[in-house]
Design a protein around this ligand. Structure first.
Ligand SMILES: Nc1ncnc2c1ncn2[C@@H]1O[C@H](COP(=O)(O)OP(=O)(O)OP(=O)(O)O)[C@@H](O)[C@H]1O
Length: 241
């Protein structure tokens, strides 16, 4: 495995009395596609928000590129796609991309090239000048993904990137992830979709704020004698014996 890019150390998070993350520790290496798998409400979004510097743990620390989060220095190195799309509906896709590219300091020819490239990556090149309000839900997800890729981040954090995307496009988006990985990008993806979990290099299974298992999809299935990730999850979660 490559060098450690993400180190989560004894992270806890409480909202009032509600303990949402319970002593999570894990490390993610350079070039991995790491999946955080868990049901709705398990704490995945809460954890990734800390990794992008949008929230703080109640206890413990998160280090990214050996730097303690939150750190403004790392903004350029991290791409984040939130669970709900943050797009300007009344603008075209191109105008949205130009706006975010400007925020990242991309100018002139570089900006133009990156806009073309990221739209190709998400198969939206033919819809560049369309208003976002005329986009479908899946198209908006893909545009959000394109925006997160604009500045060629070394670490990409994607919160449920393929929700509302049909299986054909989902496949093409995963091909894009593999291409990014080949170019050295580390990717963290949250999901509750089991077949998507299978595509990750390693998985962290999260249930009720606890990391109940970690390993490659094959390791997790072997350890539990399960035919599927879904069954493995149930065994680790104590629901089936
Ligand atoms: N700002 C907040 N204040 C209070 N409770 C919160 C807050 N944010 C999240 N929670 C609670 O923390 C728990 C974990 O939520 P989180 O969004 O991290 O789960 P998740 O695994 O990402 O689920 P989903 O797949 O539905 O997004 C939930 O019970 C949620 O209600």
């Amino acid at each position: 495995m490559g060098e450690t890019i993400v180190s989560i150390q004894n992270v806890c998070k409480a909202f009032g009395k509600h303990q949402v993350l319970q002593n999570i520790s894990l490390e993610i290496a350079s070039g991995e596609i790491f999946g955080l798998l868990g049901p709705s409400g398990a704490g995945k979004t809460t954890l990734v928000k800390q990794l992008v510097g949008l929230d703080l743990p109640t206890k413990g620390e998160n280090y990214i590129f050996q730097e303690k989060m939150p750190s403004l220095k790392l903004v350029e190195k991290i791409g984040y796609m939130a669970q709900s799309d943050a797009l300007y509906e009344e603008l075209s896709a191109k105008e949205n991309l130009e706006f975010f590219a400007a925020l990242y300091g991309l100018k002139g020819a570089k900006r133009k090239t990156r806009i073309v490239e990221v739209m190709e990556t998400v198969s939206l090149s033919d819809h560049l000048n369309k208003l976002v309000s005329a986009y479908s839900g899946g198209m908006k997800r893909r545009l959000s993904l394109a925006i997160s890729l604009l500045h060629q981040p070394k670490l990409l954090i994607l919160d449920e990137p393929t929700v509302g995307i049909d299986p054909v496009l989902r496949k093409s988006i995963w091909e894009a992830f593999y291409k990014l990985k080949e170019n050295g990008t580390t990717i963290i993806v949250t999901t509750h979709v089991m077949d998507e979990a299978e595509k990750c290099d390693r998985l962290g299974m999260i249930r009720e704020g606890q990391l109940i298992a970690i390993g490659t999809p094959d390791e997790l299935k072997e350890k539990t004698n399960s035919a599927s990730i879904e069954d493995a999850f149930l065994v680790f979660g104590g629901a089936a014996q």
